[in-house]
Design a protein around this ligand. Structure first.
Ligand code: AVJ
Length: 336
C-alpha cells in the first residue's frame, strides 16, 4: 500500500503528468485510493465496462429516467433552429464528446442531411467498440453521412482539436454528462473546451435542471433495480478485475438528492460490519455496519449555476432550448 501511494502514478488522473504515459492500471490505482480514504469513495468513471454500458442502456429506457427522452424530444422539436445555429458558409465539423449509441444525435444528423447542410460528424469516444458500433449503424441508416470518428479520452481529443481550425467547429456534449464532475472539475473541463474553440465555434451542451426532488430521486432509484445493479457493478468489477471478494448482497444502493446544492449523490452502504479482501491490491478493507462508499454525483442545474459555469470557463450562453416542463435544457455557448 505504501509503495503505491509513493509511486509516480498515484492519483486521480489516469495519466502520469510528468511522463504522459498511461498509468499501469488506472482502475487499481483509483480503487486503492478510494477504499483507503475516509469517507470511502469509488469513481463513477469505472461504471462503464461492457456490463456497465449495457446497464446504462437499460437505464435510458427506464420510465423513471426522464433525461434521455426529454433531450430526444428537445432535439426533435428544435432541430430547425439548432441546425440554423450550427450552419456556416464553408460547412462545419460536428464533434460529439462521448457519442455512445448516437440515438439522440441521429435526429440532428438526419435532419442536417435532409436539409443538405454541409458538415462532417466527428464522434469521440474512449471506447473503440462503441465507435465501431456507432459507425456501422450510421453507415446503414445514413450512408451519405461524412464521418470521422476519433478514439481517445476527451482531454486527448480536445488537445488534437485545438490545432484543428480549418472551419467552424460545433462541439457537442449531451446527456447531462457534465453532471458527473464536481464543480471545479467541470470548470476545468469547460476551460479545455473554450481553449479548443475559435470565435465562431459553438459548444452545444445538455444539462438536467433542478425540479421536484422526488422526480430526481426516482430517476436514480428506479423500482426495477437497474440503477442499483449499475451502482453495484463497481463491486462486481473489483471482484473480477482485481480479485476481490465483495458480497454484493450486503450493500444497498442509496441515492440522495440535496435540493439546495442540486447534487444527487449515490452511495453503496454496507449493511453489516465486514471485511473485504482485494487480492491484487494486497488490501483488506474494513467496513463498519452502515458505513458508506460514495460512488457518483449527478449534478442538477439552474440558471445561476449554468451562468456561473459559462462565466468561469470564459464562455457566454447565446441560446437555449427546453421541454414544456423545463426539466432539461440544451444550451448554445460561445467563447467570450
Ligand atoms: C450518464 C452521467 C448522465 O448521472 O444521470 C444514470 C449516469 N447514473 N443513473 C447520470 C447515471 C445513474 C448519468 N450520466
Amino acid at each position: 500500500m505504501k509503495e503505491w501511494k509513493n509511486s509516480g502514478y498515484y492519483g486521480k488522473t489516469p495519466m502520469n503528468k510528468t511522463t504522459k504515459t498511461p498509468a499501469k492500471n488506472p482502475f487499481a490505482t483509483d480503487v486503492l485510493e478510494g477504499l483507503t480514504s475516509t469517507p470511502k469513495t469509488l469513481s463513477s468513471k469505472f461504471f462503464y465496462d461492457k456490463k456497465g454500458d449495457e446497464l446504462f442502456q437499460d437505464i435510458m429506457d427506464l420510465p423513471e429516467y426522464y433525461l434521455t427522452n426529454l433531450e430526444f424530444e428537445i432535439l426533435d422539436n428544435h432541430k430547425k433552429e439548432i441546425s440554423e445555429a450550427f450552419s456556416a458558409q464553408e460547412g462545419f465539423d460536428l464533434i460529439e464528446l462521448g457519442a455512445g449509441d448516437g440515438k439522440k444525435t441521429k435526429i440532428l444528423l438526419r435532419y442536417l442531411q435532409q436539409e443538405q447542410y454541409s458538415f462532417t460528424y466527428v464522434p469521440v469516444d474512449i471506447s473503440n467498440n462503441v465507435l465501431q458500433q456507432l459507425t456501422s449503424s450510421l453507415e446503414k441508416e445514413l450512408p451519405e453521412l461524412e464521418t470521422a470518428p476519433q478514439q481517445g479520452t476527451y482531454a486527448e481529443v480536445l488537445e488534437r482539436l485545438e490545432e484543428y481550425r480549418s472551419r467552424k467547429k460545433v462541439i457537442m456534449f449531451l446527456g447531462s454528462n457534465l453532471g458527473n464532475l464536481l464543480p471545479e472539475q467541470a470548470v476545468n473541463f469547460l476551460k479545455k473546451i473554450t481553449a479548443a474553440m475559435g470565435p465562431e465555434d459553438l459548444f452545444f451542451i445538455g444539462l438536467d435542471q433542478k425540479k421536484h426532488p422526488k422526480k430526481i430521486l426516482d430517476a436514480y432509484n428506479d423500482a426495477s433495480g437497474v440503477t442499483e445493479a449499475f451502482n453495484k457493478n463497481l463491486l462486481t468489477r473489483i471482484n473480477r478485475e482485481l480479485d476481490g471478494d465483495f458480497e454484493e448482497e450486503s450493500f444497498i444502493h442509496w441515492p440522495v438528492y440535496n435540493p439546495e446544492s442540486g447534487t444527487t449523490k449515490s452511495y453503496l452502504v454496507s449493511t453489516k460490519e465486514q471485511s473485504v479482501h482485494i487480492k491484487s491490491l494486497n488490501l483488506e478493507v474494513k467496513f463498519e455496519a452502515w458505513e458508506s462508499i460514495h460512488t457518483e454525483i449527478s449534478q442538477k442545474y439552474d440558471s445561476a449555476s449554468v451562468n456561473w459555469l459559462a462565466q468561469q470557463a470564459g464562455m457566454k450562453i447565446t441560446g437555449s432550448f427546453t421541454d414544456k416542463d423545463r426539466y432539461f435544457k440544451n444550451y448554445i455557448f460561445r467563447k467570450k
